[in-house]
Design a protein around this ligand. Sequence first.
Ligand SMILES: C[S@@+](CC[C@H](N)C(=O)[O-])C[C@H]1O[C@@H](n2cnc3c(N)ncnc32)[C@H](O)[C@@H]1O
Length: 269
Amino acid sequence: MKENNPGFFRDFIDVWDDGAQRDAAFITLGVEALLPGYYGNLLDAPPPFPVRKGDRILDIGCGWGRVLKPVLDLGGNAIGLDISHKMLLAAQNHLAKHNHEVRLARGDATRLPFADESFDMAYSLLVLQHLSKDNGKEVFAEVHRVLRKGGEAYIRVPSRFAPENLLFAFLQFVSIHIFRVKDPIRMRFYRLGEIRKACRTLFQSCEITAHEFRPPWNFHTRKTWHIIIIPRFLHRPLRRLSDTIEALANGKWPFLKHFGVTLMIHVVK
Ligand SMILES: C[S@@+](CC[C@H](N)C(=O)[O-])C[C@H]1O[C@@H](n2cnc3c(N)ncnc32)[C@H](O)[C@@H]1O
């Protein structure tokens, strides 16, 4: 991964290695792992995209195998790639428990260690936000390179204008620029326009859907991230409201897409 500071790469990997050992579920999902009343059981959810049996599939930034497991259950011929050795060990254990033998590779999403046109499908969930925007563009180019013609990819990123993400970005700005906290895996937020611009030149089609229209749950600082400020009895009604807004945003009111917490980018080569 390109960075000017040579120590950055090591620090970046250390955070993921360390997180994989302490609490892989939390480090990959954040507060969402704590709110089953709202999200359901995300730790064993179906993949948020269709899977065709036998397709050669690449999971970029597979973490502990949360999504690889249901992809393999559905008959996908999947490979998991991650930059963290410890995450890959966690994935191997998780998948072995479910009787899956899976190929795992250690590597960097900006330099995929695979031949051109070697996959029918690729996906990358909640990874690009931790890379610089320039590195993000490199990942798009690499995804394009390793997909066969007509192959598809699904890439999920957090969006710029969701209230939750605006609050997160503000607190992150304060912690990095005022309190000088070093955070190698800090979050980047994406606008619809910049995604379309990055994809337009590479892919024959790019469709973006928006998901999760919820109020901020917590204050994302080291000491307060786990304090959920929305009372539990409101979680289910908020889920229903979010689903309604999501349907409108991805249907007749597309301007609402700007306010979804996450964006799913679906591209076809
Ligand atoms: C937030 S977790 C998401 C894991 C998984 N995709 C999921 O949704 O459960 C991000 C993962 O991306 C991996 N990662 C971060 N930067 C990467 C890079 N440049 N190349 C490959 N993997 C990377 C991390 O090690 C971590 O496992």
